[in-house]
Design a binder for this molecule. Structure first.
Ligand SMILES: Cc1cc2nc3c(=O)[nH]c(=O)nc-3n(C[C@H](O)[C@H](O)[C@H](O)COP(=O)(O)O)c2cc1C
Length: 361
């Protein structure tokens, strides 16, 4: 087994193990995908990634992190995705969408704008929600604690978005339960202080996520990923032991792969970030539950990525920032590791010898 070994997940065949991690582009208006997304995702597919995952796409308009976030809360959002999906497929790649709700981190400015809460006159909104009325930090919005009816509405919004993913023709749905957004906020005792059936002991804190998974699974029979933060890196927070227990349950619910990230729940924590620092979490979840995992975080070097697969630490590697630096990372990795891979026929005169022409439309 190595980086360029094929992988089949619930009938979806990937020619190798390199994917593009979801990355917010903050380039949508009213949640709509644009030509920017077509080019951004399309060029990484052209560059040889086996799988590209569309950024966090909000299941309700208040579930966006910023007014520029991608959304998937109305049927009108589907059409542009169809075009993107068709192009990505024409490059022999698969495409997923990450379904998200920003919870208490909603209604902020885009990263290149002022880093503060956006008022209604700036495209922001006041209906910011969380498990408990605890803000992320003093510079974030004051959320209100979701009532049971609001929880049910949120679950329905994830279900409706999954139905849109079917209609659009995506290959993968990833549920975003990481990075301190709504579903993660319910998981962690640091942000969830509820006393109803959605708060308190572990089985109550995971209830919302498991209900979202069940709702999505009613509509979505194809490949399903869940992204988690394996640890909050904070005293009294969510831990890797919790993540292992959760993954066992998600596996029984028909989740195919756990995409293992970390952090984001509370600010100002010490994170030992560095090459592959989250990979041991992916390895432990994989070993102790038997579910497929994806490793993500500071994976930049082909030998490093190959090592992760060869040592059975994860089944898939997802790259984010390195894919922004080099959209052709996958074909470059093949060359570096002396593996053969496919190149677009249009670019074939530049391909290393032994490359195969990529089927196109
Ligand atoms: C510009 C940018 C946008 C991101 N947006 C998302 C997102 O929409 N959803 C998500 O789960 N992670 C998001 N992330 C986190 C990445 O998917 C990834 O987990 C993280 O950057 C670590 O991987 P890297 O070291 O390869 O960049 C984003 C990261 C970047 C750099």
């Amino acid at each position: 087994m190595h980086l360029f070994s094929p992988l089949t997940i619930r009938g979806m065949e990937l020619p190798h193990r390199i994917g593009v991690s979801p990355m917010c582009q903050y380039s949508s208006k009213d949640g709509f995908a644009t030509d920017w997304h077509l080019v951004h995702l399309g060029s990484r597919a052209t560059g040889g990634a086996a799988l590209v995952i569309v950024e966090a796409s909000a299941v309700t308009s208040e579930g966006r992190i910023t007014p520029g976030d991608m959304g998937f809360w109305k049927d009108e959002h589907i059409a542009k995705h169809r075009q993107i999906i068709e192009f990505v497929h024409s490059q022999g790649a698969r495409i997923g969408i990450q379904l998200a709700h920003a919870g208490r981190k909603a209604s902020m400015g885009v990263p290149w704008g002022p880093e503060r809460v956006m008022g209604p006159d700036e495209g922001g909104w006041t209906n910011v929600m969380a498990p408990s009325a605890i803000p992320f930090s003093p510079t974030y919005a004051q959320p209100h604690a979701l009532e049971t009816a609001g929880i049910k509405k949120t679950i329905d919004a994830f279900r409706a978005a999954a139905r849109r993913a079917v209609e659009a023709g995506f290959d993968v749905v990833e549920i975003h339960a990481a990075h301190g957004y709504l579903l993660h906020e319910f998981l962690s005792p640091l942000s969830n202080r509820r006393t109803d059936e959605y708060g308190g002991p572990f089985k109550n804190r995971i209830r919302l996520l498991t209900e979202v998974v069940d709702a999505v699974r009613q509509e979505w029979t194809r490949t399903l990923f869940v992204r988690i933060s394996a640890t909050d890196w904070a005293e009294g927070g969510w831990t890797i032991d919790d993540s292992v227990e959760l993954s066992k349950i998600l596996k029984t619910q028909g989740v195919d792969l756990i995409d293992v990230s970390s952090g984001g729940l509370v600010p100002n924590v010490k994170i030992p970030a560095g090459p592959g620092y989250q990979t041991p979490f992916a390895e432990r979840i994989r070993r102790e539950t038997g579910i497929l995992t994806a490793a993500v975080g500071f994976i930049v070097d082909p030998a490093q990525a190959d090592h992760i697969i060869r040592n059975e630490q994860a089944d898939l590697v997802l790259l984010a920032r390195e894919m922004l630096r080099d959209p052709y990372w996958a074909v470059h990795a093949a060359e570096h590791l002396d593996k053969k891979t496919s190149w677009p026929v249009q670019y074939f005169r530049a391909a290393p010898s032994g490359s195969t022409p990529r089927p196109t439309w």
